[in-house]
Design a protein around this ligand. Structure first.
Ligand SMILES: *[C@@H]1O[C@H](CO)[C@@H](O)[C@H](O)[C@H]1NC(C)=O
Ligand SMILES: *[C@@H]1O[C@H](CO)[C@@H](O)[C@H](O)[C@H]1NC(C)=O
Ligand SMILES: *[C@@H]1O[C@H](CO)[C@@H](O)[C@H](O)[C@H]1NC(C)=O
Ligand SMILES: *[C@@H]1O[C@H](CO)[C@@H](O)[C@H](O)[C@H]1NC(C)=O
Ligand SMILES: *[C@@H]1O[C@H](CO)[C@@H](O)[C@H](O)[C@H]1NC(C)=O
Ligand SMILES: *[C@@H]1O[C@H](CO)[C@@H](O)[C@H](O)[C@H]1NC(C)=O
Ligand SMILES: *[C@@H]1O[C@H](CO)[C@@H](O)[C@H](O)[C@H]1NC(C)=O
Length: 864
């Protein structure tokens, strides 16, 4: 073939991999996407482990990657594109030990793939993934993979597999049956034989026992590198390929020579070029794994999601008033490089947008051959009447811009009609009990169990059997009806997956191996008291420096640090923030130094010394946890990202047209001060704060009762202060976030505070002089080790005078948290003094006096 004709052939075949699209979740290939792209780390399937690195062997001299490619070829070559039969259909599992598939490679490869067969991935899908993994791991091209292969239920026809003794005419016909002409045949043989060896005694007519190390005769000098050496050594005459030289010549089994030489070496000569070699192998391996029988429709080429949800699970909680929502979001950080924080913007079950986003926290990292990922977890309780119907994912970048991913315009859908209840389900003693909560207007659900049934040896691949069981009514809880079903697991079965189905809704693909051993009943009454929401949330990855520490106090540096241990250490010391740096350093503080700024998540990737499954900062990078809600600091209001041509089509920029406030905010009894600038590092209103889904002017004013100023920010935050620590006025239009508890009013914005001043505020509060006592200052206290613990007195109407009277027999007294009074004869512990401004909770009984704060004591000492 002339060079021109050859180029045309190449162009033609390259058309095979042009069709690919950003996937829409959920997709039939979600499990296969994980197998392909999550090699190591959090949620990793570990599919590529046996071929990583490429030099891994399963026996002396036996390169596993080569066995995978060879096994896929043996499966596919049975196909006939004209009759539309066979091809990549997993029939190889029934052909183990047949004369044509002798040796250890095929049973080994099929055995390694068998565990990845599932209700969502056929064996032939897994074989296709195997070609991708083996090729890529050895430095070859990324072979495009489509899903949707279907598995044969019996062996394919005998005689299709090329044997070394075949004539060139036989070879040509065999390759023609899968659509490969002479050029393609030469190319794919070179692509296959760039890896691995021929083995004695698998092929004892070709090599002599003892001729080669390990009785393995490599095709080229680099059997674990996907390179052009197979071609260059052949043409230079230095090849030791046992199918070109040696014993095979005399026994007429030198099939590589017969094939390479069949067009006068034209094609093999061109394959010496690395780019040509890589492009041809990519295209032909794709063609090989796309030979399928009639009736099989393959999906688009699978590309990694930029944003992919995992394990999105609703659970009806005790009493039925709340539903918990948990899961993970996977961000492809090799593509979305600057991600600093991720939020879920969601709609309730009526489709109405909820203004407070769901925040996420880093759960772990993962990587594939070409991409890296960060998983962000979420866990929140939603009112059952509002619930959730869908969400979009907003990725905030370190520069303050944001991009919202809306699943190709479909949003990520969440169905609350049928909910699998994990806490109420269990398994043990050969029985699986599954419980579902189904909305009252839905039909009776079914439990479907997919079990792996072992097949007769030597086939290592199980078959899948599906059982449907109607579920029985249990109790009614709120708007849901509970149903339960039992499935007896025969001891001969392997693992099971299952799902619950009713009407058109379902909650599926649950893992039968991860069930608890005891089913927990769901109470029809709410818990008492309801669990408190987490007090500390993930803020992001923040910079640190030796000159100006981001958090002021280093609590420890140890080989056993975890996020939890550090958070607990800091909270015992009464610090609001905790952060772990460099894997092992635990830092605490009440504010962040202004030099510390938010950084891409990808810079906080060091595993925690005490729990390597979690991430603990990096070099001069803190994984920072602090009071809710987190935010991207040091940036103005979140702005639209500039659109970029490399961004996936599923990304849409944040609309910049939020409603703009024009009317001056007002509240009876208060004067509107303005829309003021605020920042995490320098709070304009310092003394007290909370974040609630019911935030509005009235609720915040009442929370700040007695304080001269209150301010609302970021929809859900409420701040109180006895003075304005900063007075920087911003345009009214920048306080444009609707209040979480009153969407008709505006509650500040990102770093913007809508501030009011009380008309009835008393004179500035103070630490009043108490006769016979001296005010000592603001001391740090902690629940575990009280600074003053000899006598304790609580009074919602506390005043400093009342506390003094209660403690008259002691040397010291101190007030805390507005209503707590502590007495003692010495200041215990070594927590020391805090900043004076931290002790500014107003006393319950006198709003003109200070009574400490959370873990802060306003301490007085008897005068000598
Ligand atoms: C997966 O299982 C469901 C039933 O649970 C069944 O309807 C579906 O056909 C199965 N899919 C495959 C690919 O086996
Ligand atoms: C092709 O190359 C091989 C190896 O160099 C050589 O033995 C053979 O003669 C060549 N064939 C032709 C037709 O030149
Ligand atoms: C199911 O859970 C078991 C035990 O937690 C785990 O080992 C296994 O990998 C899980 N299987 C899948 C498919 O996630
Ligand atoms: C529902 O959840 C909210 C938020 O976590 C909580 O405040 C409320 O007490 C819960 N209600 C019940 C009945 O558990
Ligand atoms: C915030 O406080 C830091 C000191 O903690 C100070 O250096 C910085 O200038 C302050 N920023 C503003 C805007 O006042
Ligand atoms: C804030 O600053 C403005 C001028 O910029 C001033 O009129 C106002 O009195 C100040 N408010 C307070 C409470 O200090
Ligand atoms: C503010 O929130 C409270 C508590 O949820 C509610 O009762 C009140 O009606 C709200 N005020 C406005 C103006 O929406």
């Amino acid at each position: 073939m002339s060079t021109t004709a050859w180029t045309i052939a190449l162009l033609f075949t390259s058309l095979h991999y042009t069709s690919s699209a950003a996937p829409t979740w959920p997709s039939s290939v979600d499990e296969l996407e994980d197998i392909l792209f999550l090699n190591s780390g959090y949620h990793a399937r570990g599919f590529a482990n046996p071929v990583t690195p490429c030099s891994k062997t399963f026996g002396p001299g036996r390169v596993t990657a080569a066995a995978w490619v060879r096994t896929a070829f043996h499966d596919a070559i049975s196909g006939n594109i004209y009759l539309k039969t066979g091809g990549l259909d997993g029939s190889i599992q029934f052909e183990i030990n047949s004369g044509e598939n002798n040796g250890q490679s095929i049973p080994t490869a099929v055995g390694m793939w068998a565990p990845f067969l599932s209700n969502r991935t056929s064996l032939s899908d897994v074989i296709a993934a195997g070609v991708y993994a083996a090729t890529r791991s050895c430095g070859g091209p990324a072979v495009p993979v489509r899903g949707g292969h279907k598995d044969a239920i019996k062996a394919g026809p005998i005689g299709s597999i090329p044997q070394p003794q075949n004539t060139i005419g036989t070879f040509t016909n065999q390759f023609a049956s899968i659509g490969m002409d002479r050029t393609a045949m030469i190319q794919i043989v070179a692509c296959g034989h760039t890896l691995g060896s021929v083995h004695f005694p698998d092929t004892d007519q070709v090599i002599d026992q003892g001729t080669f190390t390990d009785d393995s005769a490599p095709f080229d000098s680099t059997p674990s590198t996907f390179d052009t050496t197979i071609a260059t050594e052949y043409l230079q005459g230095t090849t030791k390929d046992p199918l070109v030289v040696g014993r095979s010549v005399a026994s007429k089994r030198n099939s590589d020579f017969v094939i390479f030489n069949s067009d006068g070496n034209t094609t093999i000569t061109a394959l010496q070029n690395a780019q040509t070699f890589s492009t041809a192998c990519r295209s032909l391996f794709q063609q090989m794994i796309e030979v399928v029988p009639s009736g099989v429709v393959l999906t688009d080429v699978i590309t990694p999601y930029d944003v992919k949800p995992y394990d999105v699970q609703l659970t009806l909680l005790d009493g039925g008033a709340n539903i918990s929502l948990t899961g993970d979001i996977r961000i492809r950080t090799s593509q979305i490089k600057n991600a600093a924080a991720v939020q879920l913007l969601y709609k309730d079950r009526t489709g109405t947008a909820v203004s407070t986003p769901i925040e996420t926290f880093v759960n772990g990292l993962a990587s594939g051959f070409d991409d890296s990922y960060t998983f962000l977890g979420f866990s929140t309780d939603l009112p059952a009447d509002k619930s959730i119907s869908s969400f979009d994912v907003r990725v905030l970048a370190a520069d303050g811009s944001s991009t919202t991913y809306n699943n190709n315009g479909n949003s990520f859908q969440v169905d609350d009609k049928v909910i699998y209840q994990a806490p109420q389900s269990c398994s043990g003693s050969g029985k699986l009990t599954a419980v579902a909560a189904v909305r009252n207007d839905m039909p009776v659900p079914q439990l479907q169990v997919v079990a792996k049934v072992p097949r007769a040896s030597p086939n290592p691949v199980p078959s899948l059997s599906t059982t449907s069981i109607p579920m029985a009514t249990q109790s009614a809880v709120g708007a849901y009806q509970l149903y339960s079903a039992d499935y007896t697991i025969p001891s001969s079965l392997g693992s099971v997956t299952f799902g619950v189905y009713a009407g058109g809704s379902a909650d599926t693909y649950k893992n039968g191996s991860s069930l608890a051993s005891a089913c927990k009943p769901l109470s029809t009454t709410p818990p008492n008291p309801p669990p408190s929401p987490p007090t500390s949330v993930f803020w992001g990855c923040y910079s640190d420096s030796f000159d100006a520490r981001a958090l002021s106090y280093q609590a420890s540096d140890s080989s056993s640090v975890t996020l939890e241990s550090c958070a607990s250490q800091c909270s015992q010391l009464a610090y609001k923030f905790s952060g772990v740096e460099y894997g092992s350093q635990c830092w605490c503080g009440n504010s962040l130094d202004s030099s510390s700024t938010i950084q891409p998540l990808s810079e906080c990737t060091q595993p925690c010394s005490g729990d390597p499954s979690k991430l603990c900062g990096g070099a001069l990078r803190l994984s920072l946890y602090g009071p809710s809600p987190p935010r991207v600091s040091n940036s103005g209001p979140t702005s639209s990202a500039t659109s970029s041509s490399t961004r996936s089509s599923s990304a849409t920029s944040t609309p910049s047209s939020t409603p703009t406030p024009t009317a001056i905010p007002s509240l009876e009894g208060y004067d509107y001060v303005g829309c003021l600038s605020d920042s995490v590092n320098n709070r304009t209103l310092y003394d007290r704060s909370q974040s609630t889904p019911t935030n509005n002017y009235t609720t915040c004013a009442s929370f700040c009762s007695g304080y001269e100023f209150f301010g609302v920010e970021y929809s859900s935050e409420c701040y109180c202060g006895i003075s304005l620590l900063y007075n920087i006025t911003e345009p009214l239009s920048s306080c444009s976030y609707p209040c979480s508890g009153d969407p008709s009013a505006f509650c500040g914005g990102s770093s913007r505070l809508t501030v009011f001043r009380s008309q009835s505020a008393t004179g500035a509060p103070r630490n009043p002089p108490i006769p016979g006592y001296t005010y000592k200052g603001c001391y740090i206290d902690s629940v575990g080790a009280r600074t003053l613990g000899d006598k304790v007195y609580f009074d919602a109407q506390l005043t400093v005078e009342k506390c003094a009277a209660q403690c008259q027999d002691f040397t010291f007294f101190g007030t805390e948290y507005g209503g707590e009074c502590y007495c003692g004869n010495e200041l215990k512990g070594d927590l020391g003094k805090g900043v004076e401004a931290e002790c500014q909770f107003l006393c319950g009984g006198d709003k003109a006096e200070f009574c400490g704060a959370g873990n802060r004591l306003s301490v007085y000492e008897k005068s000598a």
